[in-house]
Design a protein around this ligand. Sequence first.
Ligand SMILES: NC(=O)c1ccc[n+]([C@@H]2O[C@H](COP(=O)([O-])OP(=O)(O)OC[C@H]3O[C@@H](n4cnc5c(N)ncnc54)[C@H](O)[C@@H]3O)[C@@H](O)[C@H]2O)c1
Length: 360
Amino acid sequence: MPSVHPDIDFKPEMPRRLDHGIGIVGAGGVVNYAHLPAYHQAGFKVVGITDMDPSRAERTARDHKIPKVYASLDEMLADAEVEIVDVAVYPWETLKIGEQAVRAGKHILCQKPLSDEYGKAVRLVDMAKEAKLKMAVNQQMRWTVVIRGTRQLLTQGWLGEPTYGTIQVHCLTNWSMWPWMYQRKRLEVLNHSIHYIDSLRFLFGEPDRVFTSGSRMPKEPTEAETRTIAVWEYDSGLRLLIDVNHGVWQDDRYATFRFEGTGGIIKGTIGLMYNYPSGRPDTLEFMSMKSLGYWFSARNDYLWIPDAFMGPMGSLMRAIEDGSEPLTSGQDNLKTLQVVFAEYRSMEQGRAVSPKEITP
Ligand SMILES: NC(=O)c1ccc[n+]([C@@H]2O[C@H](COP(=O)([O-])OP(=O)(O)OC[C@H]3O[C@@H](n4cnc5c(N)ncnc54)[C@H](O)[C@@H]3O)[C@@H](O)[C@H]2O)c1
């Protein structure tokens, strides 16, 4: 029998107080199937909601028993009960709403991507910092079984020195859930692979160079990339691969990860991507030289949607309480965006790009 057992805790850290008032901007898909079920489960206090389409705000409030529907953002910001503004709108709208919220003295949680332009994201982060307000980004993949489990196994030394990693997702994405996304020039990396980019940074640190190739399915009615292959190089010798194709119509889809190190291997599946947005539980297996000859299997029903959505909001609340920084702070997210935009530059220029090249 294996002599040593890992100690993995999949549950997110919760705030000390559950009465931080949340005001939500945007009553779209993700708020309904992810934010609100997660907040309900955590016991967070949602005070009210607003949307540019009032009927959506009304319907969401009815479905989730939210006490107030505000006619405008200004009305929400004037409500002293709202301590945190949860921004879940189109990426090019986030800056404007975030700035207004900060001016009104509110802490903010912004959906990913924080912005469609690096310079705009820097502006909002700087503004929140100057106002001494807390800001987090909804990169909840860090709280999934796959990433939280791997992070703890890495920290506990089960993998040794990381040498190689892959995330490979070949799925069929229903873009009709996000018509606004499908019509723009940048799609896959900015909206989807950004989760893997943020998570891999969290696990392994900043890549020195990235090389990315993007394409789409033949005759696909979008100008944007829906399939990407990204190779990350680290001066240490570590190599990572993110390989994503959203157009697999055949019934043979997969979403896998594998991390190799000098002392072990961690591998498994990313459950959400087998059936978005319901998903299925992640799987995580690993072997380590600490217990030669055995594969460990860590199973848990904690889901990306909705459970992991407790993570970024809980972390923001902790930061407000302690004066610390949220795990996915705005400042940290700028580094994720630097990799995102380095990948686009790489696609455009056909060369490896250092994320440090990306400046406002
Ligand atoms: N973290 C994740 O895993 C995840 C998953 C899905 C979507 N998202 C992000 O969440 C955001 C919303 O996505 P969605 O799927 O809910 O889209 P959606 O189209 O279903 O909903 C967007 C909502 O925002 C409202 N809105 C847009 N601009 C507004 C403004 N200026 N003021 C008030 N309301 C406004 C729209 O009327 C709509 O109701 C996007 O930025 C998307 O990238 C993140």
